[in-house]
Design a protein around this ligand. Structure first.
Ligand SMILES: [Zn+2]
Length: 247
């Protein structure tokens, strides 16, 4: 079974004719020698064939379904498939989700998504998170709607831990390398718990107004649950894979 035309149209439309990773245009008018050159590729998140990147056995309908496809430029397609441990299923779904939100926000003329790519980074470990929160003076946090009590508690607990480390970050850094390392481990442990519950954290840092004409570094975090991830998992024969199995 091939990817259905309707699925392909949806993918191109919702991607806004841009690569989900680098956001370059995928039908380019600027390549003189090839008018209207098509540089976009419909990539499978979970590979079609055994031995392919991120392969898991999937029903053909799911494998070629919308949730398992991501639109990329040729360069990023090559890179994504060459580095399946960096570009895990979760990472790619987060990139796609974020990109589609970015496209939708631009088409709506809204400014809910920062254009500077503030949130483009996937936060997987304390090594990713510490540089964002160390010395930050404010927080801007986004999270999914309609959370179960259990999930809401987990996210609250995570944000509390992150802001606690932020508050003492200058002391921790003054204490030296080992203290920073311990802090990063604590953050990694919490991020792993969130990943196990199906959450992906995207983050960034930017200068923002803090009141009274003062600006300072603000941590921007968004917790997302990539659309369709659970449905995809459930369809895998033999049960759901833990996020850790993918890395
Ligand atoms: Zn690209």
């Amino acid at each position: 079974m091939a990817v259905a035309d309707e699925t392909r149209k949806r993918l191109w439309a919702r991607s806004g004719n841009r690569c989900a990773v680098c956001r370059q245009e995928l039908v380019r008018a600027d390549l003189e020698e090839v008018p209207g050159a098509l540089v976009g590729q419909e990539a499978h998140i979970i590979a079609r064939s055994p031995g392919g990147p991120r392969y898991e056995p999937l029903a053909p309908k799911v494998r070629d379904g919308y949730a398992n496809l991501i639109l990329l430029c040729a360069n990023d397609h090559t890179e994504v498939d060459a580095q399946p441990t960096r570009y895990t299923v979760e990472h790619l779904r987060a990139i796609k989700h974020r990109h589609e939100q970015w496209v939708a926000a631009r088409l709506d003329g809204g400014d809910s998504v920062s254009e500077d790519g503030t949130l483009a980074t996937l936060i997987l470990s304390g090594d990713d998170l510490w540089p964002l929160l160390a010395g930050a003076l404010g927080w801007q946090i986004g999270m999914p709607e309609a959370l179960s009590d259990e999930d809401a508690d987990l996210i609250d607990e995570s944000m509390q831990l992150f802001t606690d480390w932020c508050d003492i970050s200058s002391d921790v850094e003054a204490q030296g390398f080992r203290s920073v390392r311990d802090a990063k481990r604590s953050l990694t442990g919490q991020l792993n718990q969130m990943a196990a519950a199906g959450f992906v954290v995207l983050g960034g840092r930017r200068e923002a107004a803090l009141g009274a004409g003062v600006t300072g570094p603000v941590v921007v975090l968004e917790v997302v649950r990539p659309e369709g991830l659970e449905a995809l998992r459930v369809s895998v024969p033999g049960g759901a894979a833990a996020p850790g199995d993918m890395r």
